[in-house]
Design a protein around this ligand. Structure first.
Ligand code: GDP
Length: 479
């Protein structure tokens, strides 16, 4: 997993003495045969000028991405479908999610305390359905962008008193792009001005045609508030699931996706994971993104302790060493040593891709870099005051394309610009965009030192325009 000073020096094409000097500079007294931890390796690698160095860590054959073996048909068993609810704001996504969850608390489970673990399961006709707890296409697409495919079926909620709205269309497009089947829930039919047939009519424009009109889209009229027709909606989900025959092999090491993760005051790092293949068990050693651990405890969405979790089961697990990210892949390995080694390798690989940089870019000299063909992507880090603007900004920026050069958001988040944002920008030749946020004082100092271009805005249009102008070489210099 880790490597010695000597090995690192070789990798960096440096003398061991130079590496040792850097280490001393960083406050680490080391000898040539000393094993270094991952953080130190990364620090040293970034201390040497990035453009001189191409760090390549040898990749073992059984690396994370390639380890999945093909399942024999007979090893596959039917699993619960995984459903995401999407639609325009205020059309009733959250109310519907809550209504389905509470409708389905059977008497036996009434004692369990509902836990928010990123997803929940309901049972109807002895069959289970898993619902992802975060509604909306932003979360859905964020997961996809990170390579996680978790949703089998999408429910598009349209309020019968409001009709098809911009985010309804976005949701439809996102579901279609993912090739995920759509069920339309026409909501708020309890309202006097509800007009479900108008919704059906409007949706034909988006190729969602109800069966009675010769199409193949299932429409269900519901009232999330009054809990009308929820059972019918669940039955329709089971119908679509039956047609698509979702299966997985439960008899192997678990593999899945991190839905959420956080540092819990009492429990330490927790990850809410959707198991997608195999069965996850207490004591299993695993990798989640760049971190690893051993499953200490597992609880389900009813707060029950589980010993095992099979495919399509969401669980909250403890026993991690650090907090992974939503959308990170999750995978069990034969032992903790292996898991640790794989997670370290993944950290290094991520670091490498973040370091794929030439000289530092600023908006003012961007055009020159583009013209010289040095830049294929303009890397940006976006920080904003709220998730909504963040998504909107990122969406708009990633649409920009000038002479084949595109904007690539390598990191984004809600909150002030931190020192670590600046560090990432510095390591990956990115610029930092702050929307309605400012850099923390340490971050401002670091940006100055590292010559990282930080742009602060409070109007989305201005951000887009500035970036576009810079890419075209038409940016007015700021004096
Ligand atoms: P979201 O933004 O899509 O998650 O929408 P919410 O679930 O927060 O619902 C927005 C508003 O619509 C809330 O005030 C809900 O009480 C209301 N609402 C949701 N479903 C229904 C429904 O079936 N009938 C009526 N009358 N109101 C509803």
């Amino acid at each position: 997993g880790s490597m010695t000073v000597g090995e690192l020096a070789k990798l960096l094409h440096k003398d061991a003495s130079e590496v040792i000097k850097k280490l001393i500079f960083l406050g680490v007294m080391a000898t040539i045969n000393q094993e270094l931890d991952i953080e130190t390796i990364q620090l040293v690698a970034s201390e040497f000028k990035v453009e001189e160095v191409e760090v390549k860590i040898p990749v073992e054959e059984d690396d994370f991405e390639t380890v999945e073996e093909k399942d024999e048909e007979e090893s596959l068993e039917t699993r619960a479908p995984v459903v995401t609810i999407m639609g325009h704001v205020d059309h009733g996504k959250t109310t519907l999610l809550d209504a389905i969850r509470s409708t389905n608390v059977t008497s036996g489970e009434a004692g369990g305390i509902t836990q928010h673990i990123g997803a929940y399961q309901v049972e109807i006709n002895q069959k289970k359905i898993t619902f992802l707890d975060t509604p909306g296409h932003e979360a859905f697409t964020m997961m996809r962008a990170r390579g996680a495919e978790v949703t089998d079926i999408t429910i598009i909620v349209v309020a019968a008193d409001d009709g098809v709205m911009p985010q309804t269309v976005e949701a439809i497009n996102h579901a279609k792009a993912a090739k995920v089947p759509i069920i339309v829930a026409v909501n708020k039919i309890d309202k006097p001005d509800a007009n479900p047939d108008t919704i059906k009519q409007e949706l034909t424009k988006y190729e969602l045609v109800p069966e009675e009109w010769g199409g193949d889209t299932i429409f269900v009229n519901v009232s999330a508030k009054q809990r009308t027709n929820l059972e019918e909606l669940l039955e329709m989900i089971l119908l679509v699931a039956e047609v698509n025959d979702y299966k997985a092999n439960p008899n192997k090491r678990a593999r899945g996706t991190v839905l959420e993760a956080e540092l819990d005051k009492g429990k330490g790092p927790v990850a809410r994971v959707l198991v997608q293949h195999g069965t996850l068990k207490i004591g299993d050693a695993f990798v989640a993104g760049n971190t690893f651990g051993r499953v200490r405890a597992m609880i389900n969405d009813k707060g029950r302790r589980l010993k095992e979790a099979d495919p399509s089961t969401p669980v909250e697990i403890t026993g991690l060493t650090e907090v992974p990210q939503a959308g990170d892949p999750f995978m069990v390995f034969e032992d903790e040593r292996k898991a640790r080694a794989i997670s370290e390798r993944r950290s290094i690989k991520q670091r490498q891709s973040e370091m794929g940089a030439n000289s530092r870019v600023t908006l003012d000299d961007l055009y020159k870099h583009i013209k010289e063909g040095e830049i294929k992507d303009l890397n940006v880090i976006i920080k904003a005051d709220v998730q909504g603007s963040l998504e909107a900004l990122r969406g708009s920026l990633e649409k920009i394309e000038v002479e084949g050069v595109r904007v690539k958001s390598i990191h984004n988040g809600v909150g002030a610009i931190t020192e670590s944002d600046v560090a990432l920008a510095s390591a990956s030749n990115a610029i930092v965009i702050g929307f309605n946020v400012r850099p923390e004082s340490q971050a401002a100092v670091a940006a100055e030192q590292e010559k990282v271009d930080v742009r602060l805005h409070n109007i989305i249009y201005n951000v887009i325009e500035e970036i576009e102008q810079a890419m075209k070489g038409m940016l007015d210099p700021i004096f």
